[in-house]
Write a new protein. Structure first.
Lengths: 442, 442
DNA sequence: GATGGTTCATTTAGTTCA
DNA sequence: TGAACTAAATGAACCATC
């Protein structure tokens, strides 16, 4: 039964039969005098129109309705007979017919801005607003453009808000356990995970370690010393002893730090404005790097310790958590080198931002925008250095920082790999860690 | 069905009038006092009114009463003279008269949300509540892994981007032509392609469905009724009349929908990463299924119509395009059954993805990867249902959806066959359709 | 000035529970 | 049953860009 039978059709003497057939109702009242000044009447509901909206003369109500209904993109069904006459007073009673009428009279959904366009617009407006707030004088005084100033301000603020230097939560972590461990694995499989060459490389090259090496004066036992002899025995008494004795604690520490950097990112307006998808991709890609940058601020290059309140860690703790020299060698080097640059909080924050806004992380969709952000951060860092650092530092500091970021990035891959490997042996890592690192980064 | 007589069509924009009668022919009541500040008095019982409810100024009591009474849909009878005067104090004494009064003053049952709509609303609220807690993927237990979350997000985004619900292109299709057709073909060839058994099967003939089958009680004309008598006459005046009068339009509609699902696939990153060869194989294999899944979102199971803006189609339209009961019977059944599941956008999108990534389509080269993708989509759907659906739905929804997909797949073959057969008789199909369907699928 | 989006008080669905 | 809720949709007034 060719269903589109419309009783109204008979009454319609308008030229365009079909465009009216389903909904008609405006009975040509507003049509005839279109000559010049259009009648300010909503073509959908007959209310007072406020101009053309999405290509049709409509009222504010129908304008908003059309935008919202199209964005919701769900199918609406008329509870009546699909032929409701839309009027000012009944327009809310049938969304389906109202929307159909909108389309009938030529409203076009292409004229609705996409979510992305809206986001860009919002970002633009926000930036301009802030820009306006910052006076030009400030720019003159600091030598930084107000845009850079604002950015740096936002970053350091985010950093301070989300980097807990009280270390008060560290007590909730699973306990520190540095004592010799007993393997449930065979000697060779264990060898695979704790490199024998570790000590040599660490201790500075050719000859073994000299006691005065700053980063070796600490209480780490070589796991091999105590463990190898036992490694073929099955664990007899100590059910809790793990192969990677520090893993539970280090895992909780990492998890905590990751939550911190996630908060850091989420506090940043330009980050929040990205799609959720991209936010996740960026965080997955940068989590390791950001935590290491933050750890660097806690690093004491004299003692080789990361000082976290009353707890402190050395590189061997990482090896006791199962990480191998292939990662730990360059990582420790990184910390010494970066520490030497003696960065300020602003610079650390900018570094984090540059790492975070890496447009080439796997899974990133809108890389252009992220690229912009990264570039802005880099420029801000450059300007900051130029204006705040003494002459002799200006020249090389920026490239050195960038170099550190590059090194960090190259460790990222290895880190992810080792996390997964470790987890296969001893699944002590938190779900968050596994989620963030369990797929390839880069 | 010219039953839909709309009094408003004749009446001009008479302010008071319109507020009352959207479509139904209810007595336009006298709204003498409504001028500006309406009296906040319940039109049913005289109690203090709280606003318009179901199209009438009523109190909270009558609002709730009306909803419940209409939903219960049982017959009420007055213990008195069927003429009780309803007041605030006696309103509970006679439900029958109270309800009658409600209807009299213009309360409309259509403005009560359907059970389906309510369910959707609940689901949406549930989803939003969960969403509120989500910051970054794993941070919070959404019950979905971030991988699944991302997948679902990508799919729904692709769906929204590529499924044009404005139906604005439908006007460019060749015209709808539902009138009786005249054959240019010889009787026998005609008979061959418009199955004589069609009507019987449809109407519940020998082998078939019983009349009370919900999906068979609908108003389709049997093409044979009008056509058979004429089938021996050659077309005398109408050169344009075709054997399959709806074919041109339906063909353009199908072509358009296929373009839509191709776009859907092409927007998906995991799809784009497949070899071009496999992309083509998958699309050829799934085009029919995807379009049908999309059509289901437009299907109104109350009316048996697919609602596409101001156009609407019923199953008979497909038969007027030459499709036969062997396809159309199970297809209509499929639409009723799937619709009943009341799926959300996310679930429809996942369904499409599962169908799309079928590793066993003819011509597929790298089936392992596709198998992976399909499995991931299936798992995502399962988790989605587990986390977003109420307890009682969790159990069977997933298998039911899979069952629908199986059914759809089995129709795929028959569809391809009929498309080719139809094209042999009346080559109105677009090249795209022929390209997609002209070789065996499965 | 024209026409996009934004804001937020208001309206009116459904929900809860005594 | 209905008073007191919650929340989505609405639209008037507004802001911003071109």
């Amino acid at each position: 039964m060719s269903v589109i039978v419309d009783p109204n059709a008979v009454q319609e003497m308008d030229e365009e039969w079909e465009s009216e057939a389903a909904t008609s109702g405006d009975t040509g009242l507003d049509e005839e005098e279109e000559d010049d000044g259009e009648p300010k009447i909503c073509r959908v509901c007959g209310d007072r129109a406020t101009g053309y909206h999405f290509n049709a003369m409509t009222c504010e109500g129908c304008k908003g309705f059309f935008r919202r209904a199209m964005k919701r993109s769900i199918h609406l069904s008329c509870p009546f007979q699909r032929s409701c006459v839309i009027t000012k007073n009944n327009r809310r009673q049938c969304q389906a017919c109202r929307l159909r009428k909108c389309l009938d009279i030529g409203m076009r959904k292409e004229l609705i801005m996409t979510d992305e366009a809206v986001e860009n617009r919002r970002a633009l407006i926000r930036r301009k607003k802030q820009m306006r707030r910052v006076t030009v004088s400030a720019e003159v005084q600091t030598g930084l453009t107000s845009e850079h100033q604002l950015l740096i301000q936002e970053l350091t603020q985010a950093q301070n808000q989300t980097f807990d230097r009280s270390f008060s939560h560290f007590h909730h972590f699973r306990p520190v356990e540095r004592s010799p461990l007993r393997s449930c694995h065979s000697a060779e499989s264990f060898d695979e995970y704790v490199p024998t060459s570790y000590g040599q490389i660490w201790r500075g090259g050719s000859g073994g370690s000299s006691p005065e090496d700053p980063y070796l004066t600490h209480c780490h036992q070589d796991p091999m010393d105590t463990m190898a002899p036992d490694s073929l025995h099955k664990s007899e008494n100590s059910a809790e002893r793990k192969v990677f004795c520090m893993l539970p604690h280090i895992s909780d520490l990492s998890t905590y730090m990751i939550k911190g950097v996630i908060s850091f990112a989420k506090v940043l307006a330009p980050f929040r404005e990205l799609s959720i998808e991209d936010q996740i991709a960026l965080l997955k890609g940068a989590a390791f790097e950001l935590t290491q940058i933050r750890f660097n601020t806690l690093f004491n290059s004299t003692t080789g310790l990361w000082e976290c309140g009353k707890l402190e860690y050395d590189i061997n703790d990482a090896s006791l958590a199962g990480f191998k020299a292939l990662l730990l060698d360059p990582l420790l080097k990184f910390h010494y080198i970066l520490k030497k640059l003696n960065l300020q909080n602003e610079e650390y924050s900018l570094m984090q931002a540059i790492s975070l806004f890496s447009p080439d992380r796997p899974g990133v969709k809108h890389s252009e925008r992220i690229d912009q952000l990264q570039e802005m951060c880099a420029l801000a860092l450059k300007s900051y250095i130029d204006t705040r650092r003494p002459q002799h530092e200006k020249k090389f500091l920026f490239p050195k920082i960038i170099r550190c970021l590059t090194e960090l990035r190259s460790m990222n891959v290895e880190y992810c790999k080792q996390v997964v490997e470790i987890h296969d042996i001893q699944p002590d890592n938190s779900p968050l860690i596994m989620e963030v690192f369990s797929r390839g980064n880069d």
